[in-house]
Design a protein around this ligand. Structure first.
Ligand code: AKG
Ligand code: FE2
Length: 222
């Protein structure tokens, strides 16, 4: 048995990375962000205007101050409001399936889609989406599907100023554009965490920003 004692789920992350890469490279709708530092792709028109509007209303209904695993809303690290969208809702289930299909990932490995709203001044400071496996929370997350592999995030509206998704190490800032789906591999091709995927939701300066995020695990989530 091959064992990578220091990096949990490394082999699975390597395998998932390769299969999603292959699928996205074969998809003419998937645009690869030109950088060697991370695997980041964008779909220009993933959601329709009507779908974005409907999701925005649903987010308003569930949004609460965001919490994190290692830090609180109160620390100012993630000041947006967020909430999970009901996976049993047929509309949400349909969106979820389309994301699974675009990436070619097993539906059971996807977490519930999370909706997020940023008002002026709110932000999500630079972070990585993977779990820190030396932290206490990892003991339970390891059993709830393991490490996060890919992230898929869609912008639901245009923001008058601010609110970009900023990949600080890659050096790109992606302005919110309704219907665009961004997706990236949180790992390197060898399955180890890619530090260059560190990213932020920069403070909204004017307007409101709505996004949905779906994180995938290496195993069945939940
Ligand atoms: O809002 C953004 O641009 C980033 C959101 C994000 O990083 C996340 O949901 O993990
Ligand atoms: Fe993130």
């Amino acid at each position: 048995m091959t064992r990578t004692a220091t990096i949990p789920d490394k082999d699975a992350l390597k395998r998932v990375g390769a299969s999603v890469r292959k699928r996205l490279e074969a998809d003419p709708q998937a645009y690869k962000v030109p950088t060697d530092k991370a695997e980041i792709y964008a779909f220009g028109q993933f959601l329709s205007t009507a779908e974005c509007q409907r999701l925005i209303l649903m987010i308003d209904a569930v949004a609460q101050p965001s919490t994190l695993f290692d830090a609180d809303y109160s620390t100012g690290f993630r000041t947006s409001y967020s909430g999970n969208l009901d996976p049993r809702d047929p509309f949400i289930a349909g969106i979820s399936r389309r994301i699974d299909d675009a990436l070619g990932l097993k539906p059971e490995t996807g977490e519930a889609i999370q909706g997020q709203r940023y008002m002026p001044g709110q932000q999500f400071k630079p972070h990585n989406d993977w779990f820190y496996t030396t932290e206490d929370y990892w003991k339970s997350e390891r059993k709830r599907g393991g490490q996060r592999s890919w992230t898929a995030m869609a912008f639901l509206n245009a923001v008058e100023a601010g609110g970009e998704t900023h990949f600080t190490e890659v050096g790109i800032k992606i302005p919110p554009k309704p219907g665009v789906l961004l997706t990236w591999n949180n790992a390197l091709p060898d399955g180890s965490p890619n530090d260059d995927t560190i990213h932020a939701g920069t403070p909204v300066e004017q307007g409101v920003k709505y996004v949905i995020t779906k994180w995938y695990r290496t195993r069945k989530w939940g």
